[in-house]
Design a protein around this ligand. Structure first.
Ligand code: ADP
Length: 376
């Protein structure tokens, strides 16, 4: 064997010819491999679903399921398994076809024990290298992520300070500053706010990657949270010409989850409803009870989301770009965070929209006292 595979040195051999099966098994067992043999494709495929061997040797010409059909099915089950095909003399072309379908190498009949060993060793080396490359790629991504998180942490403090200096400058010197200067300061403030929101989303994502965000044992008053967020948005210049209202059912029970994560959930949805709205548009937040659930809907009369984009909205960094939305700043992380919060709390989130007319996000959260039953 070229390298040691202490955990996985299994080879599957699928061939209807018993002599080939027995001889391959003996040769490869002598070299230290664990071999499992199968007289037809169906049996081999069934076993492959459970075992995931690094290497599969399959005869092309078999009754029932031929080698091509086996490769096609196996590739769907396990894209990493290295496949070697056994071919007769006259079928080199078919071997080439098999390789086009995803086989790694071929072994023309008749073959010597040395030829078999060489191809199998090479196949295992290939499997090992593919695994190693995957591991390194993952490691690299992890390092990059950690680096961005570190930089984000470092930037958050100074940027927050700059934002505060500008706030103070505007507050204390507004009357003395020329209009043009105020305009430039305001622009700087919105740019800084964009950067801070990017940093905040990124830090939240990395937090979500490495642990639990919500406190499931806590319970919160969702109506109070909704009213608080709406009040906050009413103060923002960006929401100045959007009408915001809340329609909440009386006597609602507390929902499962802590106020910080629920604030983030409601905040992200309302922020989007404002951001992707039109001047003079409306944002309506409704909270009602539905048995063991509290249903929260955030509706806007804004740009809407084209149907083709809707399935991807909860994917990291996804932004539904249309001519109307492409200049609206954002990170494509807000809805990912919402989905993670809702999932952690055992709820659900859905979107309904009509392009150019409205978007409605519906969140179902388990009622706190009944949370156990709701889960069931
Ligand atoms: P961001 O707003 O930072 O881009 P989100 O994850 O919050 O990221 O949203 C992802 C995308 O979904 C947005 O880029 C936008 O295209 C679309 N979207 C979200 N909410 C709305 C909404 N209320 N109306 C229209 N489009 C929306």
């Amino acid at each position: 064997m070229p390298n040691s595979f202490p955990d996985n040195n299994v080879i599957f051999i699928i061939d209807d010819d018993e002599i080939i099966r027995i001889s391959c098994e003996r040769i490869l067992q002598k070299s230290g491999y664990k071999v499992e043999t199968f007289g037809n494709g169906h049996e081999g495929i069934e076993r492959l679903k459970q075992v995931h061997p690094p290497l599969l040797v399959v005869d092309i010409k078999m009754p029932e399921l031929n080698g091509f059909e086996v490769i096609k099915i196996v590739r769907k089950i396990d894209p990493d398994v290295v496949i070697v095909v056994i071919t007769g003399y006259a079928t080199i072309e078919t071997a080439v076809d098999a390789m086009k379908m995803g086989a790694y190498d071929f072994l023309p009949k008749p073959f010597t024990p040395g030829e078999l060993r060489m191809i199998i060793d090479r196949g295992f080396e290939r499997w090992r290298l593919t695994k190693e490359a995957k591991r390194l790629r993952k490691e690299k991504e992890e390092v990059e992520r950690k680096f961005v998180t570190l930089v984000s942490h470092q930037l958050k403090g100074p940027l927050g300070a700059v934002k505060q200096y500008l706030d103070v400058l505007l507050y204390t010197s507004h009357d003395r500053l020329p209009g043009e200067t105020i305009e430039w300061i305001s622009r700087s403030q919105s740019r800084i706010a964009e950067m801070l929101s990017l940093i905040q989303d990124w830090l939240m994502m990395s937090k979500l990657d490495h642990g639990v965000l919500c406190d499931r044992s806590a319970s919160s008053d969702i109506v109070k949270i909704v009213e608080g967020v709406i009040e906050e948005y009413r103060q923002l210049p960006s929401a100045a010409n959007i009408r915001m209202s809340a329609e909440t059912a009386p006597g609602l029970s507390p929902v499962r989850g802590d106020a910080v994560s629920l604030n983030m959930l409601v905040g992200n949805l309302i922020s989007n409803a404002v951001k992707y709205n039109r001047p003079g548009g409306k944002v309506t937040v409704r909270v009602s009870a539905d048995g063991k659930w509290t249903v929260l809907t955030v509706s806007d009369t804004g740009l809407g989301i084209p149907s083709a984009f809707r399935a991807h909205l909860f994917e990291e960094f996804y932004r539904a770009k249309t001519p109307e939305t492409q200049n609206i700043p954002g990170t494509g992380l807000g809805l990912v965070i919402c989905k993670r919060i809702v999932d952690e709390l055992g709820g659900s989130i859905e979107v309904d929209s009509k392009e150019g007319e409205y978007s409605t996000f519906t969140v179902k959260l388990p009622v706190a006292e009944l949370s156990q039953e709701a889960e069931e």
